[in-house]
Design a protein around this ligand. Sequence first.
Ligand code: C2O
Ligand code: CU
Length: 573
Amino acid sequence: MFPVKTNSVLLLMQIMLGLLVFASMVLHCQGLSRHTFVVKETPYTRLCSTKNILTVNGKFPGPTLQVRKGETIVVDVHNKGDYNITIHWHGVKQPRYPWSDGPEYITQCPIQPGKKFRQKVIFSSEEGTLWWHAHSDFTRATVYGAIIIHPKKGTHYPFPKPYAEFPIILGEWWKQGIMELYETFRLSGGDPNVSDAYTINGQPGDLYPCSKSETVKLMVDHGKTYLLRIINAALQDILFFAVAKHNITVVGTDASYTKPLTTDYIAISPGQTIDVLMKANQPQGDYYMAASVYSSAAGVTYDNTTTTAILHYNGTYNASSRPYLPNLPSYNDTNASASFTGKLRSLADEDHPIKVPLNISTKLFYAASVNTFPCNNRTSYCEGPNGTRLAASLNNISFELPTTDILKAYYNHIGGVYGDQFPSVPPLLFNFTADYLPSFLLTPKIGTEVKVLEYNSTVELVFQGTNLAAGTDHPMHIHGYSFYVVGWGFGNFDKDKDPLGYNLVDPPLQNTIAVPKNGWATIRFKANNPGVWFMHCHLERHLSWGMDSAFIVKNGDYPEAQLISPPPDMPPC
Ligand code: C2O
Ligand code: CU
């Protein structure tokens, strides 16, 4: 009846379809797989109450990305929520392409509500487990998911192929809304409210109210070996994790293989991933896998609950009434945390050679402190110690995010956004880990300073934790790089003695390292990835307080050593 209209509609549809096919062919010809992430509010019920949380595609935890080593994928991120958001691919080095890295006001302006951003995720040497998460305010509390990087076709794990694999994503849950949590935290000047539960794959488990029927269950066959890809996505806490009556064998961390390390528990920092093999070799029955906090700062309140999932043996047998619980180290067991982390070693075999820099061109020493600012009760809340506001710093600079991103400013030579004078050593040397420190040391400066590195410089960076305000562990993370952890210890770093003990043979290759409470850790890396790369403590409160900085790694002098140009759709501020 309406031939003309129908035809033109049909034609239009054909053209549109053609365009779509063409667009996906272009991506396909480049071998790129495509994903769509729609960030939106979704109602979820936990601990007997329902609230809206930010999710990706309505899922919590969000979708798992499966890739092969060396692949590049495209993720279209649509912000259908009410808040600014960015997405970061934690541990993915994004060679020469910081544009898609994600941290807000470092490499991009946030994606505003209703807007979208096409991100290219470029995998290179990573193999194993990583994860993605939101990187704005506290939004990563619920916006996260696993990234599984399989070996290239025709290559294999450096261990016998497990019968099956399970991601184990550890998280943290608040009954309060996350935006509200963030706002009260920001205003109060004190510590954030502690969480109401920890979670495994989004579920608190049997030990919490209204949670039992949803507890995560892993079904295993007796005699088979399983690969658990453990990710700590918690906002604020290092966690201990164990499986009752089962030893586990660590085979990788932060998407790099390790020498097999058999243990009865692990300590895992926010940001870190640990791959373990678990042999189902116990009498058939139900066993808990569980995680609880490691919280080392004196006088700081913490969530003392325990999250569980059930390891269930398939078959018919008389099950004992209640699953066994594992013994986890106690919440303040600094030795248990540091000694586990200190046992990690790179696999360092013929197929996985290590490339730890031996001649160092750039030596850096960063003191990581929790600090306080004097506080005026009339203009702000002062819930830090003695009526102060809590802060944090690296080399006495409390990092303040700019209002347009550093990468754009660097690339386009826009002045006044950041300073390039981040100090290589603390401005004042003191007994960092002394029991009592004079209060004048407590107040940091505020700044947006970055460290500029020459292309291919070989960097050694000593992180020194201090006992200002309260000594605690700091899981330090660098974007765009993995680094070798060549040494660590308690107390003050001794520049004459401690380097003699460095492991330059098989140090673990990580992207996050927990600097032990009132201790130090030394990392090495080669600055061969040009760009702007955020560096921060992965405890979200410390990040928010300013325990951050960035590296600008300059271009090398040939095209393959230089930044790729930005995509056309960088979000505006
Ligand atoms: Cu998990 Cu700035 O990163
Ligand atoms: Cu920290």
